[in-house]
Design a protein around this ligand. Structure first.
Ligand code: SAM
Ligand code: SF4
Length: 326
């Protein structure tokens, strides 16, 4: 469906849980999050029903995220259900990877097409610091498992933070050179609790690109499946690619094709717009499929022309990144 700015909205990002097995400093509070409880969270049946309804307004691509989607009970069953909806032609997952290796085969067999794995550092110590509890070897194991399972293109999300991992830009570039991995450098965004956020920690990806170009020749690449807002570059002679996601320095809202569903059943037209449409309340009130469909249309109708991230998150915006799904 076209929104008010002529953007074709065909991509639904679904946060299937706001819980996580890690506590990344820029995303989660140290104590984690309380259990939202079955009454509040969308059930598997609700999720399946809503995704099916979303296809009637033109959704063709679904990404499951969170929180950590692999901690959600019965995630395989949900994937199996979604992959059997004929209108959905791309089903992907964003994960920290810790739980991925033993589930990888079953996820693929259930119909998962692709995984994006998050990795901000290649140092054991820094990985423990940023995630407050994870082990780098587990995250790396997930990446190599995804390659072995041919989940191509395997994309890595790397939030680039000054004073934390800016010294590792070339190490990540080398990884994309040596392996068929698509490393996407993401600008640090002021979202959520902002305990870790500082403007000085934000590095524009222009700066990152210049550094990589001091050693590698970057050639603008053709689009990669599920490309979204990243600009990709091949490295002459390299196996993978480098991508840049620039929500801060150069917003890509004019190309935005997505809406987001939170684990507690709210639809958001934009990561940065606090207005939401309440699907869960409608389901609890016994809404019909057509009534729910109208709520999807309402959310798309509310989708703003662009985000206003540069104005800050604001105290009234109480949602966190792990609730909306990054
Ligand atoms: N748990 C999964 C993971 O980490 O991949 C999925 C959810 S996580 C919220 C999705 C993505 O959002 C991750 O790649 C994470 O690094 C990114 N993210 C979280 N907070 C961010 C922030 N403040 N700025 C930029 N990216 C952020
Ligand atoms: Fe968990 Fe992902 Fe947030 Fe890290 S970024 S705390 S892995 S939801």
């Amino acid at each position: 469906m076209l929104d008010n700015y002529n953007r074709d909205i065909n991509y639904l990002r679904v946060s299937v849980t706001d819980r996580c097995n890690l506590r990344c400093r820029y995303c989660m509070p140290e104590e984690g999050v309380g259990n939202l409880g079955h009454y509040i969270i969308l059930s598997l049946e609700d999720l399946a029903r809503l995704i099916k309804i979303a296809t009637t307004i033109g959704i063709r691509k679904v990404r499951l995220t969170g929180g950590e989607p692999l901690v959600r009970k019965n995630i395989i069953q949900l994937i199996r259900y979604i992959s059997n909806i004929p209108e959905i032609d791309d089903l992907a997952l964003t994960t920290n990877g810790i739980l991925y290796p033993p589930m990888a085969r079953e996820l693929k067999d259930a119909g998962l097409n692709r995984v994006n794995l998050s990795l901000d550092t290649l140092s054991d110590e820094k990985y423990r610091f940023i995630t407050r509890r994870g082990e780098l070897k587990d995250a790396l194991n997930a990446i190599f498992t995804a390659l072995e399972m041919d989940m191509h293109p395997v994309k890595i999300n790397t939030v680039i933070i000054r004073g934390f991992n800016d010294g590792e830009i070339m190490d990540f570039a080398r990884m994309a050179y040596e392996y068929p991995l698509h490393i996407r450098f993401i600008e640090f965004m002021p979202i959520g609790d902002l305990h870790f956020w500082k403007e000085q920690r934000m590095i524009s990806v222009d700066e990152v690109k210049k550094q990589i170009e001091s050693e590698y020749t970057l050639e603008a690449a053709r689009t990669i499946k599920g490309n979204g807002p990243a600009q990709y570059y091949k490295m002459a002679g390299g196996k993978g690619s480098i991508g840049f996601i620039t929500p801060m320095s150069n917003h890509f809202c004019g190309l935005c094709n997505r809406i987001r569903m939170t684990a507690d059943g709210k639809l958001r037209g934009c990561l940065y717009d606090k207005r939401e449409v309440d699907l869960k309340a409608a389901i609890q009130a016994g809404a019909s499929d057509e009534e729910l469909r109208q709520l999807f249309i309402q959310a798309i109708d509310m989708k703003p022309a662009r985000h206003h991230m540069d104005n800050g998150w604001g105290n009234e915006n109480r949602r966190k990144m792990y609730q909306i799904g990054g």
